[in-house]
Ligand binder design. Structure first.
Ligand code: ZN
Length: 247
């Protein structure tokens, strides 16, 4: 497993075709993940959560992400698909830049798209963030979701876990025991539920479901003071037990 660190993103290669970019700037931004060479055609990469263009302290988050991706030998221009775990601006503000550069398609859950087009607009303007404009190609549904085709294909499972945002998704890659959680669960903590359409009881139910999965690597949408990626089945289980105590 390779890993190297810039000032703004630590790149962690969790599997042959999965790189995680852990945000470590001063201000807010999400972690991003890149599935490499999985799609057919010229634009073969899939980016989970492009994050902010720039954040509240003026860090050029997306430029830094693009540099970290290039340093690993990949190009933003070769991204064919963006998956948003949810529609908060710190996860999807940079969608537009990726689309401009690569023509990538965007997908998220239908529940999240409905939220984004209603209360989500108020939410973004509350933070005076420009509302990212895009139309999803199709909607992710709960259940199996295959990326790519042939030998390179990846079998993922989609979990729709409302509570932090109404259509938040988590992605589980059973073969590698990797769970990408977005803002549902973090190292020692959970996503905020005091945002519009947040619900602590829904989040709790979702976390119960996730805690039954066989997970070696839990990749959260943000780091906490305790850490970012949780490694090892025991540590992941301990983390679920710990967060269940606070919900
Ligand atoms: Zn969020």
């Amino acid at each position: 497993m390779g890993s190297h660190s810039f000032k703004y993103h630590a790149s962690v290669k969790l599997a042959d075709s999965l790189y995680c970019y852990v945000w470590q700037g001063r201000g807010n931004n999400c972690n991003s993940c890149l599935f490499t060479d999985v799609l057919r055609g010229q634009r073969r990469h899939v980016l989970i959560d492009p994050g902010h263009v720039s954040n509240e302290v003026g860090e050029s988050c997306f430029n830094y992400l693009a540099s970290a991706i290039e340093n690993d030998g990949f190009k933003v221009d070769d991204i064919g698909l963006i998956i948003n775990t949810h529609s908060h601006p710190d996860h999807c503000e940079a969608n537009e830049i990726v689309v401009e550069r690569s023509g990538a398609w965007i997908i998220m859950s239908e529940e999240e798209e409905n939220f984004r087009n209603t209360l989500g607009r108020t939410f973004s303007s509350m933070f005076s963030v420009k509302i990212p404009e895009f139309t999803p190609l199709f909607y992710l549904k709960e259940g199996d979701f295959t990326l790519g085709a042939g030998n390179g294909k990846l079998n993922l499972q989609v979990f729709i876990v409302p509570g932090h945002s109404p259509g938040s998704i988590c992605l589980y890659w059973a073969e590698q025991k990797i769970l990408i959680t977005g803002d549902v669960v973090f190292y020692g903590s959970i996503g905020r539920t005091d945002f519009p359409s947040g619900s602590l009881s829904q989040l709790k139910q979702g976390i119960d479901r996730l805690s039954k999965l066989d997970v070696e690597y839990l990749v959260p949408g943000h780091s906490t003071e305790l850490g970012s990626i949780i490694r090892g089945k025991q540590n992941v289980e301990r983390n679920f037990q710990r967060v269940k105590l606070i919900i």
